[in-house]
Design a protein around this ligand. Structure first.
Ligand SMILES: [Zn+2]
Length: 84
């Protein structure tokens, strides 16, 4: 496991659920940073495979990272939001 995946997996909200398609959903961490109300309906989702995809159906923020690729600005923002 990469440090990036370990970091994200270690900071997911405790209240979360896994869907059969492999997404883990929880109250999104991004919304209040994007000018939208805090998600209370577990509309944030993350898929962890060899990389990471994040999608929020509340404010519309999405970002992903694949091994060997540099971290995008949006993905760095997501990491900061997860960890703070
Ligand atoms: Zn959001």
């Amino acid at each position: 496991m990469s440090l990036i995946i370990d970091t994200i997996a270690g900071h997911l909200p405790p209240k979360r659920k896994a869907t059969p398609s492999g997404w883990i959903s929880f109250n999104a961490v991004c919304c209040h940073h994007n000018g939208t109300g805090q998600d209370t309906r577990q509309r944030g989702g993350i898929m962890i495979t060899e990389g990471v995809s994040y999608h929020c159906f509340n404010c519309g923020f999405k970002s992903s990272w694949q091994p060997g690729r540099p971290l995008s600005v949006k993905f760095k923002k997501l990491l900061a939001q997860c960890i703070v």
